[in-house]
Design a protein. Structure first.
Length: 564
């Protein structure tokens, strides 16, 4: 029902108009074209949801096509991670393609351009070419090699491919217009030489590699793409996209069309793959899947669900205006996603021992709802006994009438899902630190029994000492301390939040003991075991968990500051 009632974004409006007019005989085909030089981040997810979503919604096809035109930066590791992330998000591609699938066709097309006098080999340095480009208000200067004979250009381009020309010594440029107000038309580079790194698929077969502007539109055409969807920075590239296609596709025949939408920018986050790579290589984060990173694998490890991420993308929508999204909306979305499903668990972050002096039994089992008031969501067993762990802050030896938790003097407090107790005193060490709190309990006040209806002004969490598990809680926060690190002057690394990760050793219910024996595979088949640690936040079991050590990552806090 939500899908039917929501408004169409402007790309969907274009698609529906094309369908109504019979463009491409009603065929819809999109593609998601990532560069395999890094891990997908949430900015890419916005494109993933649009490319695959359009195909799903209009019975079309969306292919995954890796833009593998730069072997210097590419790796199979990135290819595998991209496929894994897209599948985890819940999307299915029609086929997997690579730009390298079209290297021969692109090379043949470049030869055609040379023969038609539309391309030439330039021997100038990158710096010289850039200097001759001119400015948006001043025409560029023609290369001294611009009018080389076709035969010489063909011979040199073949020599470039044969590996006879050193890397960086020559490029192939399109011969268009050095005075065009669109700087991208000022004889753009079509091919450069790369011999220092073998290609991850083709090895040393190729020594020349196409540039993005030449490879992208033609690959779309070879593949049959109808709607080529990009972010707004490619608006100025669109005329060149169309120009290259115009050179070999007759008017009136099928051709792909490029459309642009606003990219995703989120507060307290960097979306630059270059900067993310710096963070990883310099050890400022624990890796691409560090839960503070905006990568899909990082968000997954932090406990974000595919459903929540997709709902977030749907909420922010698609426009032609750049903007900044409050990270609070992302946090709000995952919080809303987990609050109805994550079992509640007692965990003690600053433990002090509580001894119930009048408890005589060996212990007992308390049955508690996974989520209060929702019996249909199941129950769990909590062990109860004479000695418990409670939060140090839940006891004050001397308290005023505004403190409603444990304090000597007859005030009653309920232990979560169990009994009512009263503090009677405490024990301290030589430095005056409280080591043990003493209390008595009312055996007729057990929750769920007839005598358990008595109200108290406070309820506190507890964990039974013998059955408690020691766990490591990793409290993740925003990676950067400034709202928009990309807009600030100075080194972005100096803007990192020193409190973005705080590690605490805590006590948790023994009901989580099963987590020590169940593998958690965040980057393989995902096993996302979420919990709300009462009064602390939502947590997920981390893959660092072993048979001897439970590790919990905080997904988000309980407090929601996002203005709805």
């Amino acid at each position: 029902m939500e899908e039917q009632e929501r408004s169409l974004n402007f790309i969907e409006q274009i698609v529906e108009k094309d369908l109504a007019e019979g463009v491409n005989n009603g065929r819809i085909q999109t593609r998601f074209p990532p560069e395999p030089n890094g891990y997908l981040h949430i900015g890419h997810v916005k494109a993933v949801c649009l490319d695959f979503g359009i195909a799903e919604r209009y019975n079309g096809v969306c292919n995954l096509r890796f833009d593998d035109t730069n072997p210097v930066k590419e790796d199979v590791e990135y290819v595998d991670s991209i496929e894994r992330d897209i599948a985890w998000l819940g999307f299915k591609w029609g086929h997997i393609y690579y730009a390298s699938d079209y290297f021969q066709q692109l090379y043949d097309l470049a030869i055609r351009f040379i023969k038609e006098g539309k391309a030439y080999v330039d021997e100038q340095t990158a710096e010289q070419i850039a200097e001759q480009k001119g400015t948006p208000t001043e025409a560029g200067v023609a290369s001294p090699y611009r009018d080389r004979p076709v035969e010489e250009n063909l011979r040199l381009f073949q020599a470039m491919q044969n590996g006879e020309i050193p890397e960086g010594k020559m490029v192939l440029r399109a011969k268009i217009d050095m005075a065009n107000p669109n700087m991208h038309f000022r004889d753009p580079i079509m091919y450069r030489i790369i011999t220092s790194h073998p290609h991850h698929r083709t090895g040393h077969t190729w020594n020349v590699y196409p540039m993005y502007d030449f490879a992208h539109g033609q690959s779309d055409y070879f593949e049959g793409v109808t709607h080529s969807i990009c972010t707004l920075e490619f608006v100025v590239h669109r005329p060149l996209y169309d120009y290259f296609i115009d050179q070999f596709v007759p008017q009136g025949e099928y051709r792909p069309h490029q459309y642009e939408f606003n990219r995703l920018n989120i507060t307290y986050t960097v979306m630059s793959k270059r900067k993310m790579l710096q963070l990883v290589k310099e050890g400022l984060v624990a890796g691409w899947d560090d839960p503070r990173m905006p990568t899909v694998c990082g968000l997954r490890r932090r406990g974000y669900t595919a459903k929540a991420i997709r709902e977030f993308i749907d909420r922010i929508g698609y426009t032609k205006v750049e903007g900044m999204i409050d990270v609070g909306l992302l946090e709000h979305t995952i919080r809303e996603n987990l609050k109805e499903t994550a079992p509640r668990i007692c965990a003690i972050f600053d433990p002090v021992k509580l001894v119930i002096t009048n408890y005589e039994g060996e212990g007992e089992t308390i049955i508690a709802d996974n989520i209060d008031g929702h019996e249909e969501l199941g129950t769990r067993e909590m062990q109860f006994g004479k000695e418990l762990w409670i939060e140090r802050g839940d006891f004050l030896e001397e308290a005023d009438n505004k403190f409603f938790r444990l304090s000597p003097g007859g005030r009653e407090v309920r232990l979560k899902s169990s009994y009512i107790i009263q503090a009677t005193g405490c024990e301290k060490d030589a430095e005056g630190n409280i080591t043990t709190v003493y209390a008595t309990y009312d055996p007729n006040s057990k929750s769920g029994t007839e005598g358990g209806n008595r109200k108290t002004k406070a309820t506190i969490n507890w964990v039974e000492c013998r059955s408690a598990l020691d766990a490591e809680a990793r409290l993740y926060d925003r990676l950067f301390a400034v709202e928009n690190p990309a807009a600030e002057e100075g080194d972005f690394r100096d803007m990192l939040n020193p409190e973005s990760l705080v590690v605490k050793n805590i006590k948790v219910e023994g009901s989580l003991r099963s987590e020590l024996h169940e593998p958690v595979m965040v980057n393989g088949v995902e096993q996302e075991n979420h919990y709300q640690l009462l009064k602390q936040g939502y947590f997920v079991v981390d893959p660092d968990t072993t048979a001897d050590k439970l590790v919990l990552n905080r997904t988000c806090s309980l407090k929601d500051n996002y203005l709805k």
